[in-house]
Design a protein around this ligand. Structure first.
Ligand SMILES: [Zn+2]
Length: 314
């Protein structure tokens, strides 16, 4: 059943989300890191995600981890530890290719592979999806119909701003039921922006969280919660807590976006966890009456390691 939306005085529950991928998956570094070299790179996602689990555990914060299928296949034990710590597991696609660079058939195939891998590893269905680099844009709204076909109950891939890689300017900026091109609907938790001097500033995570001064982030998040009475979706990547990661020669802009203030991120993370109320995305959508509370569909756990898993596609 659906919960009624909270009354005007209720404090919005914000969604704390982590996109579980490694430093070499990031679109901004792709010019320096060929895809076929990923398997030979030092894997740092496991240790960095463990660090995040520890910090969230200290605060008792439940979060949603959108795990890349490529990572889930290599470190299934990490996926099981995230679930065992009480967090929500959700899907970040398989290959980290931008949705609007894929055909619908490619997108369907890799999303099935990623979803099956996660569900076989944790033994129950996952409800949520987030695209690589928020790449559900005006050209790739067809992806919403495929997510509905595959049984996802919510999406969190739309960023209602202008950006060089992503963005759907003019999209509804708060959690809602989004219409897919077929007319069917899906719960959508878009990424959040605050407004300063008439400019939209995406204050809720990633590079913006590291680069902007914390007082500005905090003011923006308070504006979303208190003035607009909306929850926000906060997001972070495990590599953002890792100043020791290998460095790559990319454009000055990409270097700035990826490497600025990595060493300050953990302290800021602790502050934001203390300053705002967080839960998983599933809980935050339920609080808004946008997602039914339901028994998850159970799946038999695989007896063989997921690396040997052959996905069924279609
Ligand atoms: Zn990502």
């Amino acid at each position: 059943m659906l919960h009624p939306p909270p009354g005007p005085s209720a404090r919005p529950l914000n969604a704390f989300t982590v996109d579980v991928e490694d430093y070499f998956h990031v679109a901004a570094l792709s010019s320096a890191i060929p895809r076929d070299s990923w398997s030979s790179r030092e894997l740092r996602v496991e240790g960095n995600t463990e660090r995040l689990l520890q910090i969230l555990g200290e605060r008792g914060t439940r979060a949603t981890f959108f795990v890349l299928g490529w990572v889930a296949e290599r470190v299934p034990g990490l996926v099981r530890r995230i679930a065992a710590a009480g967090h929500e597991l959700a899907c970040h696609g398989y290959s980290h290719k931008l949705v609007y660079t894929q055909t619908p058939a490619e997108f369907r195939e890799e999303t099935v592979r990623a979803k099956n891998c996660l569900e076989d590893t944790i033994g129950h269905s996952v409800l949520g999806y987030r695209a690589a680099s928020f790449s559900v844009t005006r050209q790739s709204l067809w992806a919403l119909d495929i997510l509905i076909d595959l049984g996802f109950r919510y999406d969190s891939s739309i960023f209602p701003i202008h950006h060089d890689l992503y963005g759907l300017p003019g999209a509804i900026p708060e959690p809602h039921r989004v219409s897919a091109p077929s007319g069917r609907t899906l719960a959508e938790f878009p990424m959040s922006a605050a407004t300063f001097l008439g400019l939209q500033v995406p204050v809720s995570g990633g590079g913006y969280f590291r680069i902007l001064p914390y007082w500005l982030t905090r003011a923006g998040l308070k504006q979303i919660n208190e003035q607009l009475q909306r929850p926000f979706a906060f997001y972070l990547h495990p590599w953002e807590l890792d100043p020791g990661q290998p460095r790559f020669e990319v454009s000055a802009f990409s270097r700035f976006r990826h490497y600025t203030h990595l060493s300050r991120c953990e302290a800021r993370l602790r502050r934001v966890l203390g300053d705002f109320a967080f839960g998983s995305m599933e809980e935050a959508l339920q609080q808004r009456g946008l997602l039914a509370t339901e028994a998850r569909r159970l799946r038999p756990l695989l007896a063989t390691p997921p690396l040997a898993h052959q996905p069924s596609v279609g």
